[in-house]
Ligand binder design. Structure first.
Ligand code: G4F
Length: 336
């Protein structure tokens, strides 16, 4: 009998890589998707288009306990990966209330429904290095005190504590992965890495002339999302539920990312990048660098993609996509 997994946020970057990974491992994969009035299936399901005949999708909304309860009552899930969230930090400063509501209540509803209906189902919560915020220690590990700097970070701290509370209060197998930034060609365009690589491609093809960014000095520990979803799965296979930092242990500035990405296309970032205050945040997280030694030791997890490889893969993929759109032959064989 294959194991049944439920993924919330299956249409997102991480959800799509995780669904692929679990399918490869022989799982029956279910996903929760929002029902929206104006469907654009090509866009909404773009990241899982190649999986649509292999996964089972259910309509539910994280704002509705009833809809979550309904789906969980119908399938005996072994594992649940709760990835869905309002995950864009900048947006959380604009609409903190929606971010809090979706991220905190959504997590609480998932936990409460599982407790009621499937207490044996193992639960993964997508924690975040944003929880460290104004960092109290370098590098950050599982025991580093939390000091979130955004409504998003606060919502993730609440989800993290809720998850731990369900573990401690009800004996459920509930874990949080404290994932540092993880990227790849499927990353949303609003995040800085994809904003950079997609604009580099457009500049290279003559479709754009500049790239407007906020704080170039912010430093992040950037890994590849395909590596990080393997850690999520490993966390749910352990004998005892626990929380883990997942990171590469390297930090780079947004400026360094720009430098490499433009260089990959044979360009100098200094000729194109302009600072635009509208992309600066009211409170910034200046430095993130993770210590994943516990995950390496206990899960046997390792990242495989280096920072230059990540940048290269993203630039090449965007060059290919943009060239296809624009009908430029030269870049069509590059990237994947
Ligand atoms: O790519 P970002 O928007 O990611 P951020 O804020 O670090 O959050 C991401 O990683 C978290 C894990 O630590 C996740 F939990 C979260 O959901 C998300 O995936 O911004 C990265 C850095 C920031 O310091 C930001 O101020 O880039 C800086 N930046 C500079 N100019 C910009 C821009 N970020 C964006 N999105 N757009 C800019 O124009």
């Amino acid at each position: 009998m294959s194991k049944k997994a439920l993924i919330t946020g299956i249409t997102g970057q991480d959800g799509s890589y995780l669904a692929e990974h679990l399918l490869d491992l022989g799982y029956e994969v279910h996903g929760l998707v929002r029902r929206v009035a104006l469907e654009d299936p090509e866009r909404r399901f773009g990241r899982i288009a190649h999986l649509l005949d292999k996964v089972i999708l259910h309509a539910a909304n994280l704002d509705s306990y009833a809809s979550i309860f309904h789906v969980i009552s119908r399938h005996d899930f072994d594992e649940c990966y709760h990835l869905a969230a309002q995950s864009f930090v900048a947006e959380s400063f604009i609409d903190g209330f929606s971010t809090m509501s979706t991220n905190i209540n959504g997590t609480h509803y998932m936990l409460a429904a599982l407790r009621e209906l499937r207490p044996g189902c193992r639960f993964y919560f997508a924690g975040s290095s944003e929880m460290f915020g104004r960092v109290q220690e370098v590098p950050q590990k599982e025991t580093t005190p939390l000091h979130p700097r955004s409504p998003y970070g606060i919502s993730k701290v609440a989800g993290f504590h809720l998850t731990r509370n369900y573990r401690e209060a009800y004996g459920m197998f509930c874990v949080s992965g404290i994932l540092f930034n993880h990227e790849g060609p499927r990353r949303g365009f609003e995040f800085v890495t994809r904003k950079i690589t997609s604009t580099v491609a457009r500049i290279k093809l003559g479709l754009a002339s500049e790239l407007r960014l906020g704080n170039l000095e912010a430093r992040r520990d950037w890994g590849h999302a395909a590596d990080y979803v393997r850690a999520m799965h490993l966390m749910l296979q352990q004998p005892v539920a626990d929380d883990y930092v997942v990171a590469t242990g390297e930090t780079h500035s947004v400026r360094e990312f720009c430098e490499l990405a433009f260089a990959e296309a044979g360009l100098d970032y200094r000729d194109y990048v302009k600072i635009d205050e509208q992309f600066c945040r009211p409170a910034e997280v200046d430095l993130l660098i993770g210590d994943a030694s516990k995950a390496i030791r206990e899960l046997g997890w390792q990242h495989t993609c280096t920072f230059p490889e990540l940048v290269r893969e993203m630039v090449r993929a965007d060059l290919k996509t943009e060239a296809e759109r624009a009908g430029v032959r030269e870049y069509l064989s590059a990237g994947s």
